[in-house]
Design a protein. Sequence first.
Length: 617
Amino acid sequence: MAIQRFKTAACKTLGVAVCTAMVLGAGALTLPVIAQAGDSNSTSPGSSASNVTASTAASWVNSDVQVIAFQQTWNTIAKECKDTYGPEGVGYVEVSPPQESIKGSSWWTSYQPVSYKLDSKLGTEAEFKNMITVCKAQGVGIIADVVMNNTASPDNKGTLTGTNGSEYTPDAGSFPGFATSTYPEGITADDFHTCTDKIKDYTNQEEVQQCRLLGMLDFDSESDKVQDIEADYMARMYNYGVLGFRIDAAKHINTDSLHALKAKLAQKVGKNASDIYWIQEVIGNGSEAAGIQPPHYTQNGTVTEFGFKSEMSQAFNGNITSLKDLATRLSGDLSSNDANVFVTNWDTERSDGTITYKDGGKYQLANAFMLAYGYGTPRLMSGYKFDDSASGAPGATDTKVPDVDMSQACATNSGDWNCEQRWTSTRGLIAFHNYVGDTAASPVNDWQSSGNDSIAFSRGTKGFLALNNGTKALDVTYETTLPDGEYCNVFSTQDCSQTVTVSGGKVKTTIPARSAIALYGGATKANHPEASATTDPSDPENVIKDETVKPTDTTLTVYYKNDNKYEQPYIHYGIGSTWTDVPGKAMTYDKTSGYWKHTIETDGNAVQYVFNDGNNS
């Protein structure tokens, strides 16, 4: 199926947009970008330039590079900090929600807390504290994923027990497990917003922030009591040594309520709020309410830049030369200091429009680009293989996830875990990233391309990256400001057994299909980091799939960003000389992307289309 991305601002004529699209086919998917629109009328106090970032949160961390250790136990992470994260230069590991949750083996049960007790399916409170200590000794800080927006769904009737035995009655709004010394009754029905509907209209800020996300009970985030209970929870972890927090579903909480919550946290731990590292999950979409857009949240800390992952998907499934000036485009909404960037996370890898481990070499190349490019704080995924999107970690039960020795689980590339953190390309590009530093010291320059599948750029005089996203090896000659010399290709080998020479300011080499050349000044033939192996046994196979456009693949899916605020968008289209009856076909809203869409059977012919509201306007 071909996917056509369409922005209404791209081609408008007298209020309607007309575009001609040729059918591409399954081998050339171009998925819709989630728009990251700014708002000139923002009332937020300003950029997180005054807030701490990953680079400034602590002097002892190895770097700003983050790994999301998804659904991994505290014992597993502690060992991996010693074996992998510390030695390879990772600065932070983000852990899945550490609180007690509803029972269930599915991963999403961790996101329905029933108390803020630190005994969960991922380990005990003592194991949590030990993980923090062990990782800190390796220069790795812990970021806790925290659920501040909701508890469980009231659809579950009667009194139930959580993973640690806490009783709760969701249909009555009773959660005594949240009790604190100040509020011994815990959370009661009075501590939730009064709206009982599921969120449907994302253009209505009040509905998004006071009604129920996927039907789950929505905390009254403006309540002093709720804020105090949540601040106590984070303060306890902060005092244990947690370095930062990812605020799950932050767009569903008013930015000023989060601001007040952070102030309470700061007071409890004796810090300035600006000195506590926060990552806020805000999925920007220009067609949604202005008050839930990413720029409104930078007053509280950094923000997730979902536009980056969409750009990666579009480029690596299409034309990677589109990545030129990416930082300029994204900085219109979030500065590099404000943005946390990623190729995928646990949510997006289970939906369309994202490059994932299932995309093989494209996934490695996209992560290499992220680590080398220098926009935003890079976040890598460490997850497991799945077919069912709800599947929990391998071996998970209703109340427990088993510990894993990653040295054994990653001894091959055919196990249950993906082991992305150990891949040769990951290790090499983390070292590259840490060596070249930020773009102020080592700017991106010498941007070049060869066809639609290869790009190259330098990072000042410290590094050089060239990518080949094509299905065939490519002979290239690229210019670079990297000094002349013989360098290790750290994308492909750990022991410098593969080198590339820079001569006369040029790199002349052959880049294998779906591979890269990554060179930096700290890894030369004469002087490079020691390694006991050429590659890591967990490296995925670089399988080159047949991406030839099949003549039988003649569907075209058109996505429409509803800037015109149509109540029901229609698409009126013509295939050859045959057009649909006016006003055309009603489009369907796609919740994942925030776009409206319609699939057309084209029979291989050119398509023209216009969008309207069903009333010829």
